[in-house]
Design a protein around this ligand. Structure first.
Ligand code: SF4
Length: 226
């Protein structure tokens, strides 16, 4: 276990030294994190930023106002995030749940034990594990590791994951082999996203500039320069 933990922490340290602190999640409140976690599904963050700006300008980002807004009205404001009708429905589902079950007390909702909170969120329409875990980690400060397609690609290329591995298996791997710390989980996921977004592309990864190439002997990097 310690060898695996050492390797994971070495990867983390190289990424941190290269990218620096990511300051993730970029939001002004836990509720804004939750909205962003839904809006970012299958779309780049810059699209989310535009949609959140639209919601703010319309004074519909905040919790009670969004509850009173029509789904159609929300959909029009979040068009930049694609799938806007579906995402508006998800937002309304979440905000309605919080009003109906918690009288809109977000702090009370987020302070619950992690397993209970996770299972409640997973029951809501359209919220999958990645979205829910992002909410748990970045809005509720609960110690859970968020994994995604970048995680799968990078750690497979590093020879750590098999080609086919489930979301749960990836998550358990990190949770079992890293010290359980919110700050570490927060930064590590953000650094993986930075590497996947900027360097370890699906096609033609920019291995020459990758902070993991030499230190981690990435077997995938050979002869794959652009
Ligand atoms: S060396 Fe290349 S393939 Fe390996 S993690 Fe870095 S960018 Fe990805």
């Amino acid at each position: 276990m310690f060898r695996t933990q050492d390797r994971l922490l070495t990867i983390y340290n190289h990424l941190y030294a290269f990218f620096g602190p990511r300051g993730w999640w970029p939001a002004n409140s836990p509720w804004e994190v939750m909205v962003g976690a839904i809006l970012t599904q299958n779309v780049a963050w810059r699209n989310v930023e535009q949609a959140i700006l639209n919601l703010k300008k319309a004074n519909l980002l905040e919790f009670p106002e969004m509850y009173q807004a029509e789904e159609k009205e929300l959909a029009e404001l979040i068009v930049p995030t694609r799938y806007y009708n579906t995402k508006a429905r998800k937002l309304k589902g979440l905000v309605n749940y919080l009003i109906d079950h918690y009288q809109g007390n977000l702090a009370e909702f987020l302070c619950q034990p992690m397993d209970k909170l996770r299972s409640e969120l997973l029951q809501l329409w359209g919220l999958g594990p990645e979205t829910v875990d992002s909410i748990l980690l970045y809005a509720a400060n609960q110690p859970i590791f968020v994994v995604d397609a970048y995680t799968r690609r990078i750690f497979h290329r590093l020879g750590i994951f098999p080609e086919k591995i489930s979301y749960t298996e990836m998550q358990q791997f990190f949770m079992q082999n890293l010290p359980v710390r919110v700050s570490l989980f927060n930064e590590y996921h953000a650094l993986i996203v930075a590497l996947g977004h900027q360097i370890c592309w699906n096609r033609s990864p920019k291995c020459k500039t990758c902070p993991l190439q030499e230190s981690q002997s990435c077997p995938f990097s050979v002869d794959r320069e652009i």
